[in-house]
Design a protein around this ligand. Sequence first.
Ligand SMILES: [Zn+2]
Length: 439
Amino acid sequence: MSKRENKLDQLSALFESASKVKLLDSLQRAKGNMEQAANIYLEETEKCLEKKVPLRQTKLELFFHDTSNSETLKSIQGDCHAGSKEQSLTEASREGQIPLKITSLNEILKWPPLSASKTKAKPKRNVRPVLRLYHAHDVAERTQCTLIHDVLPKDLANSLLKVMLEESETWQRNQWWLFERMVTSSHTASFYTSTEENKTYDGEVYYNGKKTESARAFLPEMEIARRAIRDIVNEKRKGRDRHEFEIQEYWNPNVAVANCYSNSREGVGWHSDELTYLGPRPIIGSLSLGATRQFRLRQIQESDEKSSRIISITLPHNSLLIMWPPTQELWKHEVCPQNVLDHLHPIAGSKRINITFREFREEYTDEWTPKCSCGIPCVLKPVMRSGPNNGRYFYMCYAGRAREGQNCGFFEWLDVSKRQNDYERKRLNLLQKQKNKSI
Ligand SMILES: [Zn+2]
């Protein structure tokens, strides 16, 4: 296949309903640059429709800047008043906006609308309020998650909370570029790697297009909690169907992202967790300690009114929320800023500590991750939109997150089966070599 045909194929995959002639024309005018070609195509479509419908977003560079969405910005700047019925209704009405005819790359890949908050769409008549869930059986019924209360022995939960509160004094706020401005997250976070499992991951980690500070080692209390949570998750997993491409063997968390929400105003906007090092369909075990907060979920699926309802799960101290696959592919989640907390925690006060246990997979380390022309590892993303590309994964340039306007437009589909086979072959070769040496 020629380079041009390959690029045309990629564009067709992104703009499924577009005619190949138009896409080829855009590609030629952009002299083969994919990002420009997509922009030209979008601008042309925009011109055709601008008198008929308002546009949400058509600029590709914004798409490239954005791996969360405008709601991240909104959540950081504003307050969505979790728990207030009236505000919850407003939230739900924002979800139910009338779909626009225009498609941007953002919509095609099914990130949430970029400028939804600016669009004055009429709210739907049948607005559905946010659904608050407290009980494990309701969470199991309505989501792809499992909620477990009082998951750790009481003393362990309390001592873990105490050491993490101390640790959190030195955690950082994340920063990235969004809509041509630098955004800083309201909460602080840090990345930890298990010393017991360090053979699995000891490389560098890129987040928001830049190298993170070196991973910190799990504290002893974290290791104990890791083992307990690992066993509980694997036990719960026995009764569940395995998805293609998820880890088939024992789930063995080897890293954790720890977050601290100091007060009710700190939160994190709608996003799904990055797949770059986790691979497709990850399992994430999210432990909550300290102040009780609302954790919101909403399903990403176009033209499906029912699924767009926001679900808010109450996460008290010492609760575990297991996000089973394909939660990261089909749902977004957020921790919404609140005006007030229901009550303060006796140890943590208004602070919530969240430890998310994850497994970095060997076949998704930097060694296997393509680098774009910017020289940094790409980000791995799923296609969230339903249609022929649903269920596929792709790599794209991640540099725009760290440096304004710098993005090389790199795009590459991931062949998951091929990756698994290549990895398996390499692993067996290494084993054979070791065996030969020892003979
Ligand atoms: Zn790049």
